[in-house]
Design a protein around this ligand. Structure first.
Ligand code: 4AD
Ligand code: MG
Length: 478
């Protein structure tokens, strides 16, 4: 009879003795007797006990860290400490050998920097296994939240002609021969000969397309990869990241903030409920890491404690104008400790300011709203004061900006004037303008940086460690 494989996650909570088939990768092999086997289904390994006296020497030699094996045996209660159950091995088949001399993942602690160089193998570590399972669970929670709320999942194109954010941070998409680029009579690149007969780029945001959908389906969200060619080598920027962008018809700024807060809390709660073991592991990892820091730099909350804190407290809503007053009079501003000093209303906020507000001043997540029009994108709705727009950014401890959003400018004349003023290409965006011509209505939305929320939930300090294959300036391996 062909037996069905049982996953480790299901084995570790079984207590009745049974015959089992288990497959996985050897994490360690101790005393020629104890295999710690992991199959990725859980942070836990299953201990498999072999009888080396009956096992062929040639097989025994191949049970090494990294090897893939298939084991038939009996699940029994374990006498050893550290596990409730173990598998008494009756037969073991080596599915794939691993050279213990050359296998880069030795059973010891590796640095995160080193693990980035072997991004194809790092999910086999406890840490990256946990992070990737949390990533999955958060993605699932995103869909779950919006589905429950009656939003429709909408897919914006990845190749586009437009620059939604107007920041010019786009990667061009072309199949022109770069060694022999066709030119127009004026000496410019002749994009009419390019694949799409026009200049195209990778999307920086699916928002504009989502807006068109909100004007038809009412409530939609995108969840896809976005690309930014900004040369920011920080622990919070990727050139390729995933963004979740809900867009809602008949919704104004205050409700937009309500949804953002409810949504973030929902997915964090979902992860706490469905990824307990992994989060406990990550909690402990962070605590160990904190211990290596000087006392003054240590966080005052553990990871899980911090996640619960988010769930239990309201996000503080503060206008940009209030925030500027707080920052202007703050200690680091007066003592010239900020790299960018806040001198007057209108200044763009840097991450040092955002983090001061969240971590030092309010000590809770903050939603800043009503920013100066000058420092925000063209599509945000102008307030009656004529100088601020209905923007909102959600700021989180340790991360800074996690969400950026706004109520949209639904008035055709105001939008057109703004596009004119900022030099936004009206011809390229004719379809976007159409939504304001035909049945325009107040609407709002926001974008959550998926990797930034994963950073927050896992406690990982560097955004490169929460996406399988990070793309950053000078780096696109794998
Ligand atoms: O604030 P951003 O640029 O807003 C937008 O793109 C809007 N179109 C969203 C909307 O209203 N639909 O980006 C939104 C979020 C940021 O708050 C941040 O969390 C994340 O996306 N983000 C990045 N994450 C990783 N690497 C980068 N380079 C990021 N740039 C933005
Ligand atoms: Mg932003």
């Amino acid at each position: 009879m062909n037996m069905k494989r049982t996953k480790v996650v299901d084995l570790i909570n079984t207590s009745t003795p049974t015959e089992v088939l288990v497959k996985g990768w050897v994490r360690t092999f101790r005393s020629n007797r104890f295999i710690a086997l992991n199959d990725g289904s859980s942070i836990e390994n299953i201990q498999c006990v072999v009888d080396f006296e009956t096992l062929e020497e040639s097989v025994l030699k191949k049970i090494t860290t990294g090897a893939a094996v298939s084991i038939n045996g009996t699940l029994v209660e374990s006498n050893g400490k550290g596990q409730k159950v173990e598998v008494q091995v009756s037969t073991i088949e080596i599915l794939g050998e691993s050279d213990p001399e050359k296998y880069p993942l030795q059973p010891k602690k590796h640095s995160l920097e080193f693990l980035r160089e072997i991004a194809h193998l790092r999910p086999r570590t406890n840490l990256f296994g946990a992070v990737m399972r949390v990533r999955h669970t958060l993605a699932y929670a995103v869909h779950s939240y919006f589905n429950e709320k009656g939003f429709f999942y909408y897919n914006a194109p990845i190749v586009t002609g437009s620059d939604a954010e107007g920041a010019g941070e786009m990667f061009q998409v072309t199949n022109l021969d770069l060694k022999n680029v066709p030119k127009t009579e004026e000496g410019k690149v002749d994009f009419s000969q390019d694949f799409f007969s026009k200049a195209t780029n990778l999307t920086v945001s699916g928002q504009l397309e989502a807006e068109t959908a909100a004007m038809a389906l009412g409530q939609v969200y995108t969840f896809g990869p976005t690309f930014r060619a900004e040369n920011s080598n920080t622990s919070r920027h990727l050139a390729e990241f995933w963004m979740i962008e809900p867009e809602m018809a008949f919704v104004e700024l205050a409700e937009n903030m309500d949804v953002a807060e409810e949504f973030i809390k929902y997915i964090i709660k979902y992860a706490l409920e469905h990824r307990k073991e992994d989060l406990e592991f990550l909690d402990k990892r962070l605590a160990d890491e904190e211990k290596t820091k000087p006392a003054k730099d240590r966080g005052d909350m553990g990871l899980i404690e911090k996640l619960n804190f988010i769930l239990e407290n309201n996000f503080k809503r503060v206008s940009y104008t209030e925030a500027i007053d707080i920052l202007k009079n703050s200690k680091p501003n007066k003592k010239k400790k900020f790299k960018y000093l806040i001198e007057e209303w209108g200044a763009d906020l840097q991450s040092e300011h955002e983090r001061f507000l969240v971590e030092k001043h309010f000590k809770c997540p903050v939603i800043l709203f009503d920013y100066p029009a000058k420092i925000k994108a063209f599509y945000m709705r102008l307030n009656d004061d004529g100088k601020t727009v209905r923007a909102m950014d959600v700021l989180f401890p340790g991360i800074g900006e996690i969400v950026g959003g706004s109520q949209r400018e639904e008035r055709l004349d105001v939008l057109m004037a703004k596009m004119e003023e900022l030099g936004v290409d009206k011809e390229e965006l004719w379809w976007y303008i159409d939504t304001r011509k035909f049945g325009t209505a107040p609407h709002s939305g926001f974008g959550l940086g998926f990797e930034r929320i994963i950073q927050f939930v896992t406690g990982m300090g560097n955004i490169r460690d929460v996406i399988p294959f990070p793309r950053t300036p000078q780096s696109a391996d794998f």
